[in-house]
Design a protein. Structure first.
Length: 289
């Protein structure tokens, strides 16, 4: 599997994520059912192109619109494929409340390598509350946590110091970092050299990699997986001219993938390419024109 065992101060954390991870869409048939053959092919295509892992039931996968049985089916399919490839499977989990999130994590025991858990949205518990939330989860979770920081959706900003504290928690494998841009806090966070920071804003992948991020969890990597993987490798290898060229080119891919609410435009592009049977999404999302 594509992770690094930790030692020293981070000894209790079982892994640190790196590389490009693809948060899979959930394709639907014309009748509105899960298009499982298409989902499996997307998973295999991503891993064949060099992705380090997959994310099932992230926001790109529309988990809130899936029934419990459908969520179970998606997880099991992705688990089977990632096990075959020796790749990492991260599964989206979590709620606004700590106790309910802990219950969701318990259900992932033996079914995922890590869980993607967003900072509690809307309630805005403050930085101390966020730390307490994740300390409690890290103490009991059967799977490592990938904390999802996306303040323009959660309403909860976090400082670089707080993010470093979160990354230092036992049982935290990484951070999906989607602050909406590159500001003083982003520079301060990455200047400290933490491991496991993955870019979550597709448009800013290349500059975040240049600053020291370890990879990305990127919806637009469905479209050009091998080139996103090459971009990550170019920065890791110090090939700055190649990294700059690929970064500039892939910004246009990401712009196209986010031309509508995620994953509406992405599904439209995948459908046009013949990779999923329909561009359908479920309400409250509307299909991209």
């Amino acid at each position: 599997m594509n992770w690094t065992r930790t030692v020293g101060a981070r000894q209790a954390s079982p892994m640190e994520l790196h590389g490009i991870h693809v948060p899979l869409v959930t394709p639907f048939t014309a009748d509105g059912d899960l298009a499982l053959d298409a989902l499996e092919q997307l998973a295999r295509d991503s891993l064949d192109a060099g992705a380090a892992g997959l994310v099932a039931l992230g926001t790109t996968g529309e988990p809130g619109s899936l029934a419990d049985a459908e969520q179970h089916t998606v997880i099991e399919l992705c688990r089977r494929v990632t096990a075959e490839y020796g790749a990492v499977l991260t599964v989206g989990a979590g709620h606004g409340g700590t106790a309910r999130t802990a219950e969701a994590l318990d259900r992932l025991a033996g079914r995922a390598d890590a869980a993607l858990v967003a900072v509690p949205a809307f309630v805005r518990p403050g930085e101390a509350g966020v730390l307490a939330h994740f300390r409690a989860l890290a103490a009991t979770s059967p799977v490592p946590l990938v904390i999802y920081h996306i303040p323009y959706r959660t309403g909860q900003p976090l400082s670089a110091d707080t993010l470093r504290e979160l990354l230092a928690l036992p049982q935290v494998a990484g951070l999906k970092y989607a602050p909406g841009g590159i500001d003083e806090q982003a520079v301060a966070l990455l200047a400290a050299g933490p491991r496991g920071v993955l870019a979550g804003d597709d448009l800013f992948l290349s500059p975040l990699l240049a600053l020291g991020a370890d990879g990305g969890i990127l919806a637009s990597a469905h479209l050009e997986t091998a080139r996103f993987v090459a971009l990550h490798r170019a920065w890791a290898d110090g090939d700055v001219p190649l990294a700059r060229r690929l970064g500039a080119e892939l910004v246009e891919v990401s712009r196209a993938a986010f031309a509508g609410p995620n994953p509406t435009a992405l599904k439209a592009l995948l459908h046009r390419a013949g990779r999923i049977p329909t561009p359908a999404v479920r309400l409250p999302l509307l299909a991209h024109e």
